[in-house]
Design a protein around this ligand. Structure first.
Ligand code: NDP
Length: 503
C-alpha cells in the first residue's frame, strides 16, 4: 500500500497558532493562565497553543451569552441586519480558507486538500443560514371565526450551548452556529480539546464581522470541566451536541432532567448495499471513498457493505484491489487521500476493534496494521471479510479506516441486515432496479438514504439520525426553526359576547 511523505513539512507547518477564547466580545486567556498544546498526529510537533479553561471561565461565557440575549440587540434586530452579519462572516471565512485549512489539517491529521474543501464548504452554510434568517416566519389563522385571529410567532429559544467533536471541527460548528444566530439566539461553544484551532479563528472572524459582544462565546478546555457546565447551567436554554453516543446519552439525561431542548448528532454504522445489477465501477469507487474518507473518522462512514452472495467474492476482490491504490501518508502531501488518525487513544480503539474481529472468526483480508513510520499515527486501510451480523465489528462504530463485508441473498434480508444495529444515520443502495432502490429507501431506518451515490451533501437537505444516531435534524429549510420556540398569540376582534357568567 502506498505511503507518501513530505520532505519540507516543518517549513509548511511553521510556528504554532496561538488561539485565544472569545468571551463577552474580547479575545482572552483562561483566568488561571493555564495553557494546553496540540501536537500534530502526523508529525508530533506542537501546532497549536490554547487556553485550558476551567468551570469559572465557562460560567463567565454563559453569563455573557445570557446578558446578550436578555439585554442585547441581537435577538430583536431585523433579520436583514442579522443576515448581513452572517454574510460578512462567510466572506471572512473565504478570506482565511488557506490558514484555516492548514490548522484543520495539522490538528485532525486529515489531508490538506480535503480540509481546504471543508472550510470552503462552510462558506456556503453561512450563506444558506443568512437566506433562511430572512425567511423565518410564523403562521396566522384567519379561519377561527369572525371574532378571532390567531398568530403563531417564532421566537429565538435563548442561549444555546454547542459542544463539537474533532472529526470535522469547523464544518460541524457551521451546521449549528449560523442557524442559531439566524434565529436570534446567542451561543457558548466548546470545541474538542484536540481541535480548537479553526473554532478560535472563527471567533476572530466573528469579531471582525461586527457581531455584538456576548452573542458568541468560545471556551476551550476539557469536556468534564468546560462541557459539563455548558449542559447543566440553568442560564442555558438548549444544548446542541455532536459526538459519541455515550456522551450524547449523558448530555441528553442531564438536559432532560432540566427540561432543556436538546439536539444530538451521534454515531452510525452505515451500510452500503450492493446488488448484482449495480454500476460496478461506481459502486466499487463509492465503497472505497465511503469508508476511507477522513480515515473513516466520520459518523457517516460507510463502514459496512452488504453484498449480494452472487457477486460477493468478485466485488470484494475489486474493492481490495482499489484499496491497495489509496495513497496514505503525510496529510500535507497533495496526493494523499488518507492521513493520520486523531490520537493514540483512537489508534488503540481501532486496533482493538480489528483484533476483536479476528478473534470472533472474521478474516483480515487487507491491512490491519500500523502504517508508515512513527511518530505519525497511521493505520493501513483495512478490509474485514467473513463478518456476520452478530459480531461487534458489524454493529459498533470503529471510527477508523476499517471496512466490514457481509453478504445477503434477498432484498428483504439486505434490509433486515441494514437495520440490525442500534444506529440509523445513513445508508446507500446500489442497483439499477428502481423498485429495489425505492423499497430499500423506504424500509431502512436511517436519516439519509443515498441511491447510487454516497456522501453527497447539500445545505438544503436535512441531516440527522434515527435511534441511537441522534435526536433532531440539522440543515434543510427548517434548520433555523430548531432554534426557536413557538408562541401563540390569540386576538379577539370586536365586542365580546360569550360571557362565562351571565352579565
Ligand atoms: P466525545 O463524544 O467524548 O467528545 C465530543 C465532545 O464532547 C468533545 O468536545 C468533548 O470534549 C465533549 N465532552 C466529553 N465529555 C463531556 C461531558 N461529560 N460533558 C460535556 N461535554 C463532553 O468523543 P471522543 O472525542 O471521545 O471520541 C470517542 C468516540 O466518539 C469516537 O471513537 C467515535 O466513535 C465517536 N465520535 C463520533 C463523532 C460524530 O461525528 N458522531 C465525532 C467524534 C467522535 P473533550 O474531548 O475536549 O474533552
Amino acid at each position: 500500500m502506498k505511503f507518501l511523505t513530505v520532505d519540507n513539512s516543518a517549513e509548511i507547518i511553521g510556528a504554532p497558532y496561538k488561539g485565544r477564547m472569545l468571551i463577552n466580545g474580547e479575545l482572552c486567556d483562561a483566568q488561571s493562565g493555564d495553557q494546553a498544546e496540540r501536537r500534530s498526529p502526523a508529525h508530533d510537533v506542537v501546532v497549536g497553543l490554547y487556553p485550558n479553561a476551567a468551570r469559572a471561565d465557562a460560567v463567565r461565557a454563559i453569563d455573557a451569552a445570557r446578558a446578550a440575549f436578555d439585554e442585547g440587540a441581537w435577538p430583536n434586530m431585523s433579520a436583514r441586519e442579522r443576515a448581513d452579519v452572517l454574510l460578512k462572516v462567510a466572506d471572512g471565512i473565504s478570506a482565511r480558507v488557506e490558514e484555516m485549512a492548514l490548522i484543520e489539517c495539522l490538528e485532525t491529521g486529515k489531508p490538506l486538500t480535503q480540509a481546504r474543501g471543508e472550510v470552503s464548504g462552510c462558506v456556503d452554510l453561512w450563506k444558506y443560514a443568512a437566506s433562511l434568517a430572512r425567511n423565518l416566519h410564523g403562521e396566522s389563522y384567519n379561519t377561527l371565526g369572525e371574532s378571532h385571529l390567531g398568530v403563531v410567532l417564532r421566537q429565538p429559544v435563548g442561549v444555546v450551548s454547542m459542544i463539537t467533536p474533532w472529526n470535522f471541527p469547523i464544518w460541524i460548528l457551521s451546521q449549528k452556529l449560523p442557524f442559531a444566530l439566524a434565529a436570534g439566539c446567542t451561543a457558548v461553544i466548546k470545541p474538542s480539546e484536540l481541535t480548537n484551532g479553526t473554532t478560535l479563528m472563527l471567533g476572530e472572524i466573528l469579531l471582525e464581522a461586527g457581531l455584538p459582544k456576548g452573542v458568541v462565546n468560545i471556551v476551550t478546555g476539557l469536556g468534564p470541566a468546560v462541557g459539563q457546565p455548558l449542559v447543566g447551567h440553568p442560564k442555558v436554554d438548549m444544548v446542541s451536541f455532536t459526538g459519541s453516543t455515550r456522551v450524547g446519552r449523558l448530555i441528553a439525561a442531564e438536559a432532560g432532567a432540566a427540561l432543556k431542548k436538546v439536539s444530538l448528532e451521534l454515531g452510525g454504522k452505515n451500510p452500503q448495499i450492493i446488488f448484482p445489477d449495480c454500476d460496478w465501477d461506481a459502486a466499487v469507487d463509492a465503497v472505497v471513498f465511503g469508508v476511507y474518507f477522513n480515515a473513516g473518522e466520520c459518523c457517516n462512514s460507510g463502514s459496512r457493505i452488504l453484498v449480494h452472495k452472487d457477486i460477493a467474492e468478485r466485488f470484494t476482490q475489486a474493492v481490495i484491489e482499489r484499496t491497495r491504490q489509496v495513497p496514505v501518508g503525510d496529510p500535507l502531501h497533495p496526493d494523499v487521500k488518507v492521513g493520520a488518525i486523531i490520537s493514540e487513544t483512537q489508534m488503540g480503539g481501532i486496533q482493538a476493534a480489528i483484533d476483536e474481529a479476528r478473534e470472533a472468526g472474521a478474516t483480515i483480508s487487507l491491512g490491519g496494521e500500523r502504517h508508515g513510520t512513527e511518530p505519525g499515527l497511521y493505520i493501513q486501510p483495512t478490509i474485514v471479510t467473513g463478518v456476520t451480523s452478530d459480531m461487534t465489528i458489524a454493529r459498533e462504530e470503529v471510527f477508523g479506516p476499517v471496512l466490514s463485508v457481509l453478504t445477503f441473498e434477498s432484498v428483504d434480508e439486505a434490509i433486515a441486515l441494514a437495520n440490525d444495529t442500534c444506529y440509523g444515520l445513513s445508508a446507500a443502495v446500489w442497483s439499477k432496479d428502481i423498485d429495489v432502490c425505492l423499497k430499500a429507501a423506504r424500509k431502512i431506518d436511517a436519516g439519509t438514504v443515498w441511491v447510487n451515490t454516497f456522501l453527497d451533501g447539500f445545505a438544503e437537505l436535512p441531516f440527522g439520525g434515527f435511534r441511537d444516531s441522534g435526536l433532531g435534524r440539522e440543515l434543510g429549510r427548517h434548520a433555523v426553526e430548531d432554534y426557536t420556540e413557538q408562541k401563540t398569540v390569540q386576538l379577539h376582534i370586536g365586542e365580546r359576547t360569550n360571557w362565562w357568567l351571565p352579565k
